[in-house]
Design a protein. Structure first.
Length: 458
């Protein structure tokens, strides 16, 4: 379900808003327009990122009954989390290969809805301060990619165990709790699904899609927080019994009847890079003197430091050299080889898909020139043969030179590329009548015919 669909559902499910909209519509066009503006402003506010608007969504989500199923709603982003164009990247200031804006969008759309116990007394105003990290796991596939979202919840105080185990104590300054989402996408990072959720730093409790039931409010999993210690649970059924987080048989109070919070969040970035102000480093004004990546204990030795809670798994990176090449003059048509000739056509079969996959690799150390290698015919490259693009296995020096192109900014379009023959000055690869040629620049349509979009391999 996309964010747009979630917004529509939000308005349809809220009878008070719909009642006012109906009343407005009775009094003429002007008031109907005003009602429309209210509709747009409210729908946009549901998922806006600033604190004031997010607080407005707390009460709204409280009015929505939670669903309990063994799956969670799929969510869609405005654009893929892994940038489509291997050459023109969206901002990636933490260097993890992901679009920073879409990282924030994904986290905001699935952030956990926290429900506290009615005995909670250690929760300060505007707590918990909630940080997140979107850490890639595997970006290598053309379609299937996976990430982990690590949530770090910060509290001023750990209030100790609740009434059912008051003798266990455990209260101290500072408290850090960890929740981890494993998410997968089958369409290059546009649509996402939560595969599993682990609660606690040691992944003490785990929910897996299709095996266990979990409560959710729209796209937000519901997590129940225990009284005092803020231990996370999937259900109030854990209340009053031996705590999964205790080695001494202490029990947690988790009745789910206390305060409900959809927290405001801030991206912490990655261990390798987290420049401010794009990412959370200093935790002022909430916790002056503390850092999301600091090694000092968070208030006390019992809390430990925050930096040790972040994911540091090895990332299987995307191979940016693997791609398909779309014609700018014929959108939806891709360069492919057919009978060892370069063609441009729609992809309609598995064979077409294989023939339209290429690896663009540097031809020299300077990376100013490239070779275009077929993926399903390794060692075979596109080359200029008497003005026609052919797929060859270069053997002579002449053939090797014919396979070299200068890849640069497209002759047409803001993010396109063009391939100029390294052996023929001002001669470019171009589309003509569905075939690929190398020709000098001339004619009205030449610039668009000689411009292409680098896409993830089809």
């Amino acid at each position: 379900m996309s964010v747009l669909h979630l917004r529509k559902q939000a308005l349809n499910d809220n009878p008070l808003i719909m009642k006012h909209l109906m009343e407005f519509s009775r009094f003429g066009l002007f008031r109907a327009l005003v009602a429309g503006l209210i509709f747009i402003i409210f729908s946009q506010s549901l998922y806006a990122g600033d604190t004031a608007v997010v607080n407005r969504s707390y009460n709204y989500l409280e009015s929505i009954p939670a669903e309990t199923k063994d799956t969670l709603a799929m969510v869609s982003l405005e654009r893929p989390l892994v940038p489509e164009n291997a050459l023109i990247l969206w901002p990636d200031r933490d260097g993890d290969g992901l679009d920073d804006e879409m990282e924030a969008g994904l986290a905001e759309t699935v952030r956990p809805f926290l429900v506290f116990d009615s005995n909670e007394k250690a929760l300060e105003k505007d707590e918990p301060t909630t940080l997140f990290q979107v850490r890639p796991v595997d970006l290598s596939g053309p379609d299937n990619i996976s990430v982990r979202i690590r949530w770090v919840l910060l509290f001023s105080n750990d209030g100790g165990y609740g009434p059912c185990s008051s003798l266990c104590g455990g209260s101290h300054k500072g408290d850090i709790k960890v929740i981890t989402f494993d998410m997968v996408s089958n369409d290059r990072g546009l649509t996402w699904e939560i595969k599993s959720i682990a609660l606690g730093e040691k992944e003490t409790l785990v929910w897996e899609k299709g095996f266990d039931k979990i409560s959710s409010k729209m796209s937000h999993p519901v997590i129940f927080m225990s009284s005092g210690r803020h231990n996370p649970y999937f259900s109030p059924a854990s209340s009053g019994i031996s705590s999964a987080y205790s080695t001494f048989g202490c029990c947690d109070n988790v009745d789910g009847k206390g305060r409900s919070i959809l927290p405001d969040t801030k991206n912490a970035g990655e261990p390798e890079a987290h420049p401010e102000p794009d990412f959370a480093d200093s935790l002022s004004p909430a916790f002056p003197g503390f850092s999301a990546w600091g090694r000092d204990n968070f208030f006390s030795i019992w809390s430990g430091n925050i930096s040790g809670r972040w994911l540091k798994n090895k990332i299987i990176p995307r191979d940016a050299s693997l791609c398909s090449i779309e014609s700018l003059s014929s959108p939806g048509n891709f360069i492919r080889h057919k009978r060892f000739k370069g063609e441009v056509a729609k992809i309609q079969s598995a064979r077409d898909r294989l023939d339209a996959r290429f690896r663009i690799i540097p031809a020299d150390v300077s990376k100013e020139t490239v070779l275009i290698e077929s993926v399903n015919y390794p060692g075979y490259f596109f080359a200029n043969r008497n003005g026609r693009i052919s797929l060859i296995k270069p053997s002579s020096e002449e053939e090797k030179k014919a396979a070299v192109f200068k890849m640069g900014k497209g002759l047409k379009g803001r993010v396109s590329v063009s391939f100029e023959s390294a052996g023929m000055k001002r001669a470019f690869m171009r589309v003509r009548d569905g075939h690929l040629y190398v020709e000098p620049r001339r004619g009205k349509s030449f610039c668009i015919d000689a411009s292409f979009m680098i896409r993830p391999q089809q």
